[in-house]
Every structure is written in C-alpha cells, then in structure tokens.
Ligand binder design. Structure first.
Ligand code: HEC
Length: 160
C-alpha cells in the first residue's frame, strides 16, 4: 500500500471513531432526558395518580359497573376486572394492550364512545382497585406509550 493509501485508511478510522464518539454522546444525552429506567417500567412503578383514579371512579360507576360490578368483581355475564383471573389474563402484556381492549370493545353496548382521557382515568381507577401503587404522573392517553408499561400480576422483587 502506498503512503496515500495508508493516510486514507487512517483518516477513515479517525472518522469512524469520531462518529462513534458523537453517537455515544447523543445517547448519553438521551439517557439523561428519558424518564428513569423507562425501558423497564411496570404497573408497580407508580404510573398513575390518586387524583386520576378518583376522577375515574364515577366514570367507572356510570359506564362499566352495571356489567362489571360495583367493586369490579364481575357480573352475571361480564368478567371481573380485579382478582386472580383478571390479573393472570393480562400478566405479561402491557397497559397499552389493556387500554386498547377498553377503547376498542368497551362499554360493550357502545365501544369507542368514551374519550381517551376518560378511558385513561377509568384504567387508573382499575389499577388502584387492583392495588397497584399510585405515583406522581398521570397515566398516558396514548396506547403507544402505554405499551412501554408492562402489566405484571406479581410485585417484582426489589432491585438490589
Ligand atoms: C353491557 C355490559 C358491559 C359494559 C357496560 C362494560 N363491559 Fe366490559 N365486558 C363485558 C363483557 C360481556 C366482557 C367479556 C366478553 C367481551 O369481551 O366481549 C367484557 C370484557 C371486558 C374486559 C376484558 C377483561 C379480561 O380480563 O379479558 C375489560 C378490560 C373490560 N370489559 C372493561 C370495561 C370497562 C372499562 C368498561 C366501562 C368503560 C366496560 N368494560 C363496560 C361487558 C360490559
């Protein structure tokens, strides 16, 4: 290889190193901006607020309780929205899946009648009844974002 060829290789290596450094810097900036451990959030991480659950309660009573029961324990034909069977149905899925299920099929007689905000508030109320902890930020109204929150029936062991 001639002298020129070697220089080119060195130049290219340096360019590659620079690109890597820039990417790493960009990633670390993104990492700082993303909510803490965003990729590993679950329903145990305080993903709704108490306020929101309180807003959801009357909506649930009005729109859902006639079939699913006052305390979410189910009715003659509608399944419970709390307890073992419900939790294991959704275990391993995401809040986005549950949100979509509500948006697309509930209330049974008029699916899609409620707004995203109302559905999110009802979902927050359902989470509170299921004893998932409240936190400082309200539940998202977008299924894409709710899809990043895992539905886990059992409380995970505390991180070390
Ligand atoms: C007219 C009765 C009726 C009303 C009102 C109703 N549901 Fe349902 N719901 C059902 C029935 C029946 C099923 C099971 C069969 C089906 O999915 O179609 C069901 C299923 C569900 C499921 C799935 C449960 C599981 O574990 O798979 C969810 C979640 C749900 N409903 C939420 C709601 C919410 C939230 C509301 C109020 C906005 C609501 N439902 C209103 C009758 C009703």
């Amino acid at each position: 290889m001639g002298r020129e060829g070697k220089d080119n290789v060195q130049l290219r290596n340096r360019a590659a190193a620079l690109t890597l450094a820039v990417c790493a810097a960009a990633l670390s900036v993104l990492g700082v901006q993303a909510p803490p451990s965003s990729e590993s959030r679950s329903v145990w991480d305080g993903v709704y607020t108490e306020e929101q659950a309180k807003r959801g309660e009357p909506l649930y009573r009005k729109e859902c309780a006639s079939c699913h029961g006052d305390v979410l324990s189910g009715g003659e034909s509608a399944p419970a929205l709390t307890g073992g069977a419900f939790l294991s149905n959704w275990n391993g899925l995401t809040l986005g899946d549950l949100f979509d299920r509500i948006r697309k099929t509930m209330p049974l007689s008029a699916p899609g009648r409620l707004t995203r905000q109302q559905d999110a508030d009802i979902l927050a109320f359902m989470l509170s009844v299921n004893k998932f902890p409240a936190g400082k930020t309200e539940l998202y109204r977008q299924s894409e974002m709710l899809k990043e929150i895992r539905f886990e029936a059992a409380k995970p062991a505390p991180r070390k």
